[in-house]
Design a protein around this ligand. Sequence first.
Ligand code: TRP
Length: 460
Amino acid sequence: MSRGLFKTRFGFIAAAAGSAVGLGNIWRFPYETGQNGGAIFLLFYIAAIFLICLPILIAEITIGRKTRLNPFGAFKLLGGKAYAVFGFFGLLSGVMILSFYNVVAGWAFGYLLKIVSGELHATTEFGQVFGDYVSNAGSVTTHAAIFMIGTAFIVGAGIQKGIERWTSLLMPILIFMMLGLVAYAVTLPGAIDGLRFYLVPDTSKINLEMILSAISQAFFSLGLGLGLLVTYGSYVSDSQNLVRSATIIAIMDTFIAFLAGLLIFPLVFSQNLTPGAGPGLVFVTLPGVFYSMGPVVGKVIGSLFFLLLCFAALTSTISILESPVIFLQDQFKIKRKWSVAIMATITFIIGIPSLLSQGASEYFTSFVSYGGQSKGFLDLINDVFSEISLPLGGLLIALLVIYKWKFSNMVEEVSKGNSKFRKSLSNNYVHIILKYVAPILMGVLIIIKIFTNFLGKDLF
Ligand code: TRP
């Protein structure tokens, strides 16, 4: 059964950058920055991307190209049974992440409809509008279902005709829309205060929690740690320079997150609003901004913004669905169309408690209580499968490369498309990060996270 290959280098980069650029960049990054003191968070985030994440990104893609398999098959081949288990756990975490990611993507779609229809310009109670919306089981379920069906449709069409074609189309549009919106936002009166918040670091805001959030954000934003990029790597031709492609992907991801901040903070400050709303920044604060811009300008800018958010989310949901799909095909010889139907349905069903956990169902809204807080189902899944699984997976990938597969074999694989890699500085850099920096930092991060998130204890 044929697995598929990306046709062009651009196609692979568009797909992988599409995987990286998503709600993590445009929804989560700005609200994390808003809550964590602005510019200083941006600095730590950029440091985390290049000092920890980029080498892991290169490792994931290289493992994929070497094995031409899904993460489970790849880790089994290179690392044996124990690593196969963690490859499987990575896939499972991906399914769990997609189950709630698709819920938020559905909200973005719902908000696109709301602003286009003029509904968001008929009120000023944006907090209440959001609360009513997310607790309305019918709307959120419909929107999430549409989003999942769209994702399944693209993944079902295959690597070149589905994933490569769509991401190659959507990513350039997304970048142009973003640049246009930023150009508009930074010229608004009052934008300068937003730029100051975003670009002038306030060192008094440095603290451990902020640093850990920046590292978590970097992992989430690149979509690293679960081996899902092993899958995309398995469709890349041997002649491609993986170090260069991975660097371009990391730069694009960072650049789009950076632009999202450059768009959102000037907008927020131009209306004298505050940036610390948390997850509500995009769904509560921004609608207020679009409202103040008036029914014409506000509607145009707002519609473009939510359309952009949908595109970004779509290129990410595609990438998360692809891994379990190719897993079914590689391991059980199930045809792509069937794998897609099976995985999309399972993921959607797993997502239903998350869908209902924002007020629609009392039971799922205050589902558990740990760390001194009551948590909804969506928070629980996020805490376990993205806050813990991602850095844990990053740690295990580094260990796999260094101690099982051996770094010299990775160098050989990378060298296929990059004959200078063996003697280059980037070789030493990737080696040192994978061997020392990533394992130590990830180990510390995981321990602290478990204490602070789950046990409600501050270690320092
Ligand atoms: N990186 C994407 C974003 O920023 C989300 C994503 C795609 C992801 N693939 C992933 C997150 C794998 C975790 C793991 O929105």
